[in-house]
Structure formats: C-alpha cells, structure tokens
Write a protein that binds this ligand. Structure first.
Ligand code: ADP
Ligand code: MG
Length: 272
C-alpha cells in the first residue's frame, strides 16, 4: 500500500541524515531565488529516499547542501551527527553525478579501485576488498571489461562503473543526482534494477534525485515530493512495495497507486 507520512523516519534508529528547517537563497544580478524553503527530512540508516520535483525546485541544491558542497542560509543539517563539511572530510559520502566522471586513461578496474584508494584518506569505514569489488563489477555485467578504457564503453556501461565505484568506497551515505537521466529508456530501466541489486547487498543509505516517477517508486522506501518557488516539501510518500523488488512489481496495483499519488501531488504543487 502507499501511504503518506510526516517527515519522521520509519525506523526507531537515529537518522543518518537530519534536516531541520533548511533554507537556501541564491542572489543573482536582478533577483533572489528562494531555492530551499524550510526543508525538514530525516533519513534512517539503510533507507532509500528519493527527491522528485520539477526542474528548478531545488533537488540538486538540497543534495549539495547535505553533501557539504554548498552552505545553507538557515536551519540545521546533521549527517551521522556531524555538520556536512565535517562529514565530507570524514568521507561519509559517495557521489554519483548525472554524467559518469571516470578517468579516461584508466581501465575499468583501476577507475573503481584507484578512487577507492584516494578516497580512503580521512575515512574510518572499511573499503571493499579486491574480491568484493570484482564481484560487484561482475554483478553489473562488466566482468569482461575490467581492462577496458571508459572510452571503449557505452554510456550505460560507464554509468555502471560509476555506480559500482560509489558502492565500493563503502561510504555510509550515497548521494545520487539524476544518475540515469542521460541514458536511453531501456538502459535506464536496467540500471534501476542494477542499482537495487547493489543496494540490497550493501544497504547503504541513499538520497536519490530523479525526474522519473516510476523510477522513484520502484527504488524508494520514501519519496519526497518537492515544489518550486520556493523549493519546499509538498509531501512525503511511503512506498511499501515488498523487497527485493523486480520488474514484475511495475505491473501491480500498488506500484500504479504510488505513481498516481506522486503525479497528483506534483500537479497540486505546481498549481499552488
Ligand atoms: P533542480 O536540481 O531541482 O533542477 P536546482 O537545485 O539546480 O534545481 O536549482 C534550484 C533553483 O536555484 C533554480 O531556480 C536555479 O536556477 C537556482 N540556482 C541553483 N544554483 C544556483 C546558483 N549557483 N546561482 C544562482 N541560482 C542558482
Ligand atoms: Mg538538478
């Protein structure tokens, strides 16, 4: 069933990410953009939470504020009890951007391993072993491409490398900003299930930004629906589909109910 909740986490555990009344404005030459307006959100350990909303509603801004890449103007943010910048120094985050940022002269194997080494500095969580890394790469169908260069791979394959790399770092929080939006629809659907498979194994806390309602529903425990000008939370929708999830779920009434609910909320938000 699909239900709506307040911003409280479903688990009793301390939230991994806690946002209280977070605001952010940008000042440009001729206007003030109210990018985030008093955002409240708790994300529980191991939870998969998506942010959805129209272009310009502040999704990337929110992710960057959480990830310590951008200062907020108001409110509080805690990641495992730390300020975002401190959490960033302690390598609490893995980041998956829209376009995979792989080193073009390094093989798949090295891209996944090397950045692990670099990102290890300052981290206190264990890195995955070589065997675990290899296993994940094989799992996403890259077993035969370990020595290939990024330029020899399709966009979808490059993004798979980027995904595996994020999980390999072992960081407790993964921030993903529309990681599949540059891919064609068929590849994109495959990627959902690859991501779910990686996540089921690691159960890392994920904050995931997307434009796609079906993607948000199939992936998430909760979907945060945002509206623009000012960027704010309209509602948070619980997705109680069973896990592990597979493509067959997309044919169920529960799935369609989730999609319809979010579509309705997005429309409402635009009209307000
Ligand atoms: P989304 O990711 O949901 O598309 P963003 O977080 O990128 O939205 O942007 C939210 C709003 O803030 C938009 O109106 C955008 O134009 C504005 N904005 C984002 N970054 C900046 C910036 N560095 N300077 C000025 N305005 C910005
Ligand atoms: Mg964005």
């Amino acid at each position: 069933m699909v239900s709506t909740s307040a911003s409280a986490p479903r688990a009793d555990a301390e939230p991994v990410i806690r946002l209280e009344s977070v605001s952010k404005r940008f000042w440009t030459k001729d206007q003030t953009v109210h990018a985030l307006d008093r955002i409240d959100l708790d994300v529980a350990p191991g939870e998969f939470v998506s942010l959805i909303g129209p272009s310009g509603c502040g999704k990337s801004t929110l992710l960057r504020v959480v990830g310590g890449l951008l200062e907020r103007d108001g409110g509080t943010v805690a990641v495992e009890g730390e300020e975002p910048r401190q959490a960033k120094r302690h390598k609490r985050f893995g980041f998956v951007p829209q376009a995979p940022a792989l080193l073009p002269w390094r093989s798949v194997r090295k891209n996944v391993g090397l950045l692990g080494e670099v990102n290890r500095r300052g981290a206190d969580h264990p890195l995955l072993s070589d065997a675990e890394r290899q296993d994940l790469l094989e799992r996403v169908g890259l077993g035969e491409f370990l020595d290939a260069l990024p330029g020899e791979l399709s966009g979808g394959m490059q993004q798979r490398v980027s995904l595996v790399r994020a999980f390999v770092l072992g960081a407790p929080v993964l921030l993903m900003d529309e990681p599949f939006s540059a891919l064609d629809e068929i590849t994109r659907v495959d990627m959902r299930y690859l991501l779910l498979d990686l996540w089921e194994r690691r159960r890392t806390t994920v904050l995931f930004v997307t434009h796609s309602i079906p993607e948000a529903v199939i992936l998430s425990d909760r979907v945060v629906v945002l509206a623009p000008r000012p960027g704010r939370v309209i509602d948070i929708v619980d997705i109680d589909l069973p896990r592990p999830r597979d493509e067959a779920l997309e044919d169920t009434d529960e799935f369609h109910a989730g999609v319809a609910r979010i579509r309705h909320l997005l429309r409402e938000g635009m009209d307000r």
